[in-house]
Design a protein around this ligand. Structure first.
Ligand SMILES: [Zn+2]
Length: 219
């Protein structure tokens, strides 16, 4: 901005004398309409008042900022509801596997790592980060942990393939690699498990697009 102001002030005398090209003159006029400091400067070096565009650039900037905030809110809510849908699939009794693992869906959220993922992701959606890069790192780490533990449960829970440690509401399953079988996991996983994975992945994609399309970094 400062650099642009310097440029405008350098060419202000040329503008006053009508020596600028059509495009150059339009650029100066637009800048003077939106920049109070340069307008004051122009007035001080010129006998005539600084030109003003009818639809001032400042008004335009306000309108576009308002529009951006609306778009930002829409993306934020969309991301939140996609993530809520993903969490919702995990509380269904048919999230995990038949038999003893039917209630395991809930314990994905009882896993401290998966829970950390959900907390990081929720923070990334609602906290106003100064840099969109930080928001992206926080949210993608969160969704990564969350997805990783859905897959981890998928591979380790069925038929007692894992050794569970329960401590209050916290459940940690340690995989038992001797009986590790992707084929059996695929055969035994209940439908909502796939819905859970798909909706979690969708939340990650929507989040990525949210950050990409609404970056409000001013630098
Ligand atoms: Zn300026």
């Amino acid at each position: 901005m400062k650099y642009e102001c310097d440029l405008i002030r350098d060419v202000a005398p040329l503008y006053k004398d009508g020596a600028l090209s059509e495009n150059g003159a339009a650029a100066v006029k637009e800048h003077l309409s939106g920049c109070k400091d340069c307008r004051t400067y122009y007035d001080s070096v010129s006998n005539e008042p600084a030109p003003v565009l009818e639809d001032s650039a400042e008004t335009k900037r306000d309108v576009s900022l308002g529009k951006r905030i609306t778009v930002y809110r829409a993306w934020q809510l969309g991301t939140f509801f996609t993530a809520a849908a993903a969490m919702f699939t995990m509380i269904f009794p048919w999230f995990g596997y038949p038999g003893i693992t039917e209630i395991k869906g809930v314990s994905v959220l009882g896993n401290p790592f998966a829970l950390t993922g959900v907390v990081l992701f929720t923070t990334a959606v609602w906290y106003n980060f100064k840099a969109s890069r930080h928001r992206r790192i926080c949210g993608l780490t969160g969704i990564g942990l969350w997805l990783f533990f859905e897959l981890y449960y998928f591979l380790t829970i069925p038929m007692g393939y894992s050794v569970g440690i329960s401590w209050g509401p916290i459940n940690i399953d340690i995989p038992c690699f001797e009986r590790f079988s992707i084929i059996e996991s695929l055969q035994n996983a209940l439908p909502a498990f796939y819905a859970g994975i798909a909706s979690t992945a969708a939340a990650g994609i929507v989040f990525y697009l949210f950050v990409k399309n609404t970056a409000l970094d001013m630098t």
